[in-house]
Design a protein around this ligand. Structure first.
Ligand code: ATP
Length: 904
């Protein structure tokens, strides 16, 4: 509390120069007060994961049986089985531990950030590094990082429902309010950790952090976000249970039939259990999780951060991407090119980050400061502005020096909204620096910009007692607020003819793909103005048009989308003509596509919207609330929708979308929290890359599910048919376990990182309700599984028939089972092409895993110690021909029947 009191004292003393801490002070405080977190997250216990590997029911039964067999004298076999179980457990452990670690690292990445003033600079730091005494800056959409006391509040509303249960946002101010209770709801000049800024701006000094905050006091009540299972994981869980029961039934039949036929009871019991252990694809959930988690990491490398695992799956189904324009499809590097004022169109040359630029009217160079209306337009643009043009070299700030600083590439930094930064730059080109303007005008109030209102106003005092309101915003909105117009002949009433002329100029500028802002002002009578009616009766000054070039990569990404059957839609707050011009440049819209404005949208009911939504390529001049209607209409029309958003008002639409995409750079905390994916670079191309990655991951999951299940069917069928046909056991328990170890382990994991097939983005999106086995996968699995079983059994029967030696026949069957599976793993690389048409060596880990397995199987049948353990014998030349022939039969038969082709 002492820190709060000191702060309060400073504030009450009228100490209005609000400075933040220095990095050095902050570091000391961080050591003293500790990190700004609620409680240490539970650590992943490696031991727990390891023990879990043995807790599986079937594995426990296997261990028990093995111990019994050890007592009965089968010591070598028992030791080997235990060794195999341990190796299996270690493999499982590595997979799961890696998954846990990856997931934890990803969660840490999602940690919230905070904006603080350190060393007199506004910086973004992880919220956990915020310390008492930090000056934090709050804007609409921010989650408040710590408890703090306000020193500045402009239209600041905070949603405190998390703490108070009160769902209506509370207006905050720098005054403490009348009620002097200690209740949170009454502390109007305080903001609290975890609450959300719904509108306005503010600055506040941090008073408490971590567990000392109000939130800390109720920390136990706050539940941790649970790891969400993806629909696929849930379905696989169900499937897993079904497979377990099915396998158990078959294993029981195998054991009982064997016992009835006079085999040793214990051998049959062990066979049944080993078969069950081998047949149940216990590795499946872990491999699915790791491939999803690895996919998330890969996406991160391509600049998209997936916050919710299910999004990885949904991404592959996306059929529409609704994207913001500014900054996502365009570069968000605004440069003012044209200014229309007093019936003149002034052209401006020079770059976005350069103070070098000239002003022209009809090709003739002019002195921008000699035209009053032009000067005023630029002044309004610079004053009604929260961006900062910051010089990091020392000079006095004259225009010449600014110019020199720009041109000689000395350090100049632009921070804040690029639209506003462009206004500062154009003013600097004319010699109107922020410093100069600030020496004349002092801001006393602000009505912040809001995407719904589409305008912003500041109130300034001239130091001579004159009070002005300066407003800028979307021209259509500004014109409606104006009653007068500024001209060289003085201020006169704004006529309908003036309005039409301004609209015409606005359209002309917008058609050139320029983003246009209108600027206006009014003089107020005194400081006691009526806050509610400031943006009325304004004097129109001019239009400012700025270019924002499309991102180069967006054009390619749009082409890719269209090839992949995904429809890109532009949704923007910008003018219809500007939006159409850009949409045409990047091929989102063609001549025949519809462009709908927010006003037109408003006039439609939901049914009408739904009926036209498939034909619309651009929604212009829309407000965030329209986005929600658009998402719903698209979903109703059967689409899987990815929707981008940045502002606080976008959060509902982002949440409603199948894949909510928040902007990493310009996005607010609230939108990020509502999203399932964050674009680190705000780039449209990144969404397309993520969709591609999503498709690859899902495809790879199908690949290894196909592999694991067909192999397991092969194993079970060999044993089952062998027993039904009254043959001796085709494989011994230890052999079954070995096959399970070498084929189910590494090759399956390697398949999960198989490189993408070339045509992955040339197929239409997957149906959202599509089952993992749909499009013929189940047939493929059954067909190949049966083929593996039949080939193995054929080798067993043939060798048994010719050699009359069960050990040789078993070895033959054993090798065939391994070989057929190792060949089949390559077939699983594609569902559309057969093994002779696909690149076999583009997945090096897979090739190495197969080679390893081959070497191991050769070792097992030729190295004497292993022969003893695995009851194998060397195969003759004739046996090898049989084994090789039947192993190769699978892909040949598959290709012959064109099984893989059938689903193209
Ligand atoms: P997108 O939704 O594609 O990002 P946008 O950035 O144009 O498009 P908004 O930020 O909602 O969408 O802006 C809507 C309109 O408001 C703009 O076309 C512009 O005329 C006006 N505008 C934008 N930024 C400001 C600002 N800082 N101050 C005043 N008006 C602004």
């Amino acid at each position: 509390m002492s820190s709060t009191n000191t702060l309060l004292k400073n504030i009450n003393d009228g100490n209005t120069v609000y400075r933040g801490l220095s990095e050095k002070e902050a570091k000391k405080k961080l050591e003293k007060f500790g990190p700004n977190i609620l409680s240490e997250k539970k650590k992943v216990s490696a031991l727990k994961i390891l023990l879990e590997q043995f807790s599986d029911f079937m594995v426990m039964v296997l261990i028990a049986c093995t111990l019994i067999s050890a007592f009965m004298g089968e010591l070598t076999e028992a030791i080997t089985i235990i060794a195999i179980v341990i190796v299996n457990a270690i493999l499982g452990f590595i997979q799961e531990y890696r998954t846990e670690k990856t997931m934890k690292a990803l969660k840490e990445l999602a940690a919230p950030m905070a904006r603080v003033v350190r060393d007199d600079r506004l910086v973004e730091i992880p919220a956990e590094n915020v310390v008492p005494g930090d000056l934090i800056v709050l804007e609409a959409g921010d989650r408040v990082p710590a408890d703090a006391i306000l020193v500045e509040a402009n239209g600041l509303f905070v949603d405190e429902s998390l703490l108070t249960g009160e769902s209506i946002p509370v207006e905050k101010s720098t005054q403490s309010g009348d009620k002097k209770t200690e209740s949170i709801g009454d502390k109007l000049n305080h903001v609290f950790m975890g609450t959300i800024v719904t509108s306005g701006r503010g600055r506040a000094y941090v008073t408490e952090t971590g567990m000392s905050t109000e939130m800390g006091k109720i920390a136990d009540m706050i539940q941790e976000i649970e790891d969400e299972q993806t629909p696929l994981q849930k379905r696989l869980d169900h499937l897993g249970k079904f497979i377990v029961y099915g396998c158990l039934a078959i294993c029981a039949i195998v054991s009982i039939t064997g016992i009835i036929r006079g085999e040793k009871v214990f051998t049959m019991l062990l066979s049944g259990i080993s078969l069950a252990v081998a047949a149940v694809p216990e590795g499946l959930p872990a491999i699915v999780t790791i491939s999803l988690a690895l996919g998330v990491q890969k996406m991160l490398k391509r600049n998209s951060f997936v916050r919710k695992l299910p999004a990885v799956e949904t991404l592959g189904c996306a059929s529409v991407i609704c994207s913001d324009k500014t900054g996502t499809l365009t570069e968000n590097k605004m440069t003012v090119r044209k200014i229309y004022c007093d019936e003149n169109t002034v052209e401006v040359s020079g770059g976005a980050f350069s103070s070098e630029g000239e002003f022209f009217i009809e090709g003739k160079k002019i002195n921008p400061l000699s035209i009053e209306s032009l000067k005023l337009a630029m002044e309004i643009g610079s004053l009604c502005n929260n961006a900062v043009l910051r010089r990091t070299v020392k000079d006095s700030g004259t225009f010449d020096k600014v110019k020199k600083a720009f041109s000689s590439k000395e350090k100049w930094e632009l921070s804040g909204d690029p639209t506003e930064a462009a206004l500062l730059v154009v003013s600097a080109k004319a010699g109107l620096t922020q410093e100069k303007l600030n020496s004349t005008f002092v801001r006393i109030d602000e009505i912040p910009f809001d995407s719904d209102r589409k305008c912003m106003t500041v109130i300034c005092d001239t130091k001579k007692g004159e009070i002005f309101a300066f407003t800028k915003g979307a021209p259509d909105i500004i014109i409606e607020k104006c009653t007068k117009i500024y001209s060289s002949k003085g201020i006169r009433p704004l006529t309908d003819a003036d309005k039409r002329l301004i609209q015409r100029r606005n359209n002309e500028l917008a058609k050139e793909a320029l983003r246009v802002l209108g600027v206006a002002y009014r003089k107020l009578n005194s400081r006691n103005y009526d806050g509610k009616h400031i943006e009325e009766d304004l004097i129109f000054v001019g239009l400012i048009g700025m270019i924002d070039p499309p991102r180069k990569e967006a054009i390619n990404a749009v082409r890719k989308c269209k090839l992949a059957g995904i429809k890109p839609i532009m949704i923007t707050g910008d003018h219809k003509a500007t939006a159409s011009a850009i949409a045409k440049e990047i091929n989102i819209a063609s001549e025949k596509d519809k462009v709908i404005t927010g006003a037109e949208l408003e006039a439609m009911d939901d049914i009408q919207l739904q009926s036209i939504v498939n034909d619309v390529a651009v929604f212009a001049r829309v407000s965030p609330k329209h986005k929600l209607r658009i998402v719903r209409a698209l979903k109703k029309a059967g689409h899987i929708v990815a929707m981008t958003g940045d502002g606080v008002n976008d959060a509902p639409a982002v949440k409603e979308a199948d894949i909510g995409v928040a902007m990493g750079i310009t996005g607010t905390d609230v939108t990020k929290e509502a999203s399932s994916m964050v674009l680190m670079d705000d780039n449209f191309a990144t969404i397309v890359a993520a969709i591609e990655e999503g498709r690859v991951i899902y495809n790879n999951i199908r690949k290894f599910i196909r592999y694991l299940l067909s192999c397991n069917i092969g194993e079970v069928l060999t044993m089952f048919l062998g027993t039904l046909l009254g043959l001796p056991l085709p494989l011994l328990p230890i052999q079954i376990l070995w096959v399970n170890l070498v084929t189910d382990g590494l090759p399956a994991i390697a398949l999960s990182i198989d490189p993408p097939e070339k045509d992955i983005m040339m197929r239409p999106p997957r149906g959202a309700k599509e089952n993992i086995f749909s499009n013929g996968l189940l047939n493929l699995i059954l067909f190949r599984g049966v083929l593996i079983g039949l080939c193995t059994l054929a080798v067993f029967i043939s060798i048994l028939h010719f050699s009359q030696d069960v050990a040789v026949a078993r070895t033959g069957a054993f090798v065939t089972l391994v070989l057929t599976q190792l060949i089949h793993v390559f077939e699983c690389k594609s569902e559309r092409k057969n093994i002779f048409e696909i690149p076999l060596f583009n997945n090096i880990p897979l090739v190495l895993a197969v080679l390893c397995s081959l070497i191991m199987i050769i070792g097992v049948i030729y190295i004497p110690v292993f022969q003893g353990v695995f009851k194998t014998v060397p195969l003759s030349y004739y046996d090898w021909v049989l084994v090789a022939g039947f192993s190769a039969l699978g892909p040949v038969v598959s290709s012959f029947f064109r099984v893989n082709r059938k689903y193209i």
